[in-house]
Design a protein around this ligand. Structure first.
Ligand code: NAD
Ligand code: LMR
Length: 342
């Protein structure tokens, strides 16, 4: 189900298909913010993974019922619930992958940066606990503003002396999922075939789909490039406005996050052919953090695929230069937030 469903970039980017039939269920995954709009469907999708043996669900409230409900699904993983800070350490012990969708979502009229004041503290506290209890885990940050919360996480891990930049990921998979969907619709392509890299960051103009690098190769007019780029950049806002005050993307986000979890687990499990886009510490674009396609391995980021930033169109090159000011400021805001409290 997962293999067919995720339209994984890992499969698209490689020449061989994913042939695992009955993998060993052996990895432990924790979701922090598990009873939220993203947390619940994400927990369901991760519960379906044959690679997961234990699924730990943490939230400040309402997680008992979610775990009880999910535990009745007859898939291999054991589901456990953890509520409140006193149970956070137990939730994180020996975990391989930690996913963090904890925090408040946007309402119409807000930017992701408007969430900073609340979510920065939440991410700081949770990542501190990750550092203390499972410092070797892959850490997937979903909480917005991702452009700042990932640098916050890095600073916390540095202060605790356990920062491994290869294992800290800002989840930008939803941007790729959206780009693939919108391009397939526009060009009448089979969805499973489409793979568009998205680089930069995860807010407004910092989201830069590289349509010229789409697979299969597509021909677009300048107007189509502009229209698709803006739609992909504003897709989060499209959902926020449609939900009219009831939150932001949850279902598509859970789908995208589950794909990124599955890719991480496959990499941990020894698959040597796993590629995703993610916002990571990077030297690719004269910024401390930058989203691009990466190769995942057992130890996290194994390689940054720099070739996709070469030979950009004039439109993409200009957009890349233009996004740097905003992205740099968001990164610096996250770093300063942790450093000034030290
Ligand atoms: P939500 O309000 O439905 O759920 C958030 C959950 O976090 C709630 O269950 C809440 O109890 C929990 N929480 C709050 N403080 C916590 C803490 N200290 N420890 C543990 N849990 C805590 O929100 P949502 O729709 O699930 O969105 C969550 C976050 O994900 C938001 O910041 C949103 O902007 C972000 N998001 C990111 C992307 C992306 O592409 N990276 C996409 C969609 C949403
Ligand atoms: C998204 O892209 O859907 C998320 O970042 C949520 C939001 O606030 O738009």
């Amino acid at each position: 189900v997962l293999k067919q469903g995720y339209n994984s970039m890992a499969q698209k980017y490689s020449n061989r298909s994913y042939t695992r039939v009955q993998p060993q269920a052996s990895y432990k995954v924790a979701i922090l913010g598990a009873s939220g709009g993203i947390g619940q469907p994400l927990a369901l999708l991760v519960k379906m993974s044959p690679l997961v043996s234990e699924l730990n669900l943490y939230d400040i409230a309402n997680v008992k019922g979610v775990a009880a409900d999910l535990s009745h699904c007859n898939t291999p993983s054991k589901v456990s619930d953890f509520t409140g800070e006193s149970e956070l350490a137990a939730c994180l012990r020996d975990v391989d992958v930690v996913v963090i969708p904890a925090g408040v979502p946007r309402k119409p009229g807000m930017t992701r940066d408007d969430l900073f004041n609340i979510n920065a503290n939440i991410v700081k506290t949770l990542v501190g606990a990750v550092a203390d209890n499972c410092p070797d885990a892959f850490i997937h940050i979903i909480s917005n503003p991702v452009n700042s919360t990932v640098p916050i996480a890095a600073e916390v891990l540095k202060q605790k002396g356990v920062y491994d930049p290869k294992k800290l990921f800002g989840v930008t998979t939803l941007d790729v999922v959206r780009a693939n969907t919108f391009v397939a619709q526009k060009k009448n392509l089979k969805l499973i075939d489409v793979d568009v890299p998205v680089v930069g960051g995860h807010a407004g103009i910092t989201i830069l789909p590289l349509l010229s690098k789409a697979k299969p190769s597509i021909t677009l007019t300048d107007e189509e490039v502009q229209e698709l780029t803006v739609r992909i950049q504003n897709a989060g806002t499209e959902v926020v406005e449609a939900k009219a005050g009831a939150g932001s993307a949850t279902l598509s986000m859970a789908y995208a996050a589950a794909r990124f979890v599955e890719s991480s687990l496959r990499a941990l499990d020894g698959d040597t052919d796993v590629y995703e886009c993610s916002f990571i510490q990077s030297e690719l674009a004269e910024l401390p953090f930058f989203a691009s396609r990466i190769k995942l391995g057992k130890d996290g980021v194994e390689a940054v695929i720099s070739s996709e930033l070469q030979g950009l169109t004039e439109y993409e090159q200009k957009a890349l230069e233009e996004l740097k000011t905003e992205l740099k400021a968001s990164i610096e805001k996250g770093v300063a937030f942790v450093q000034k409290q030290a």
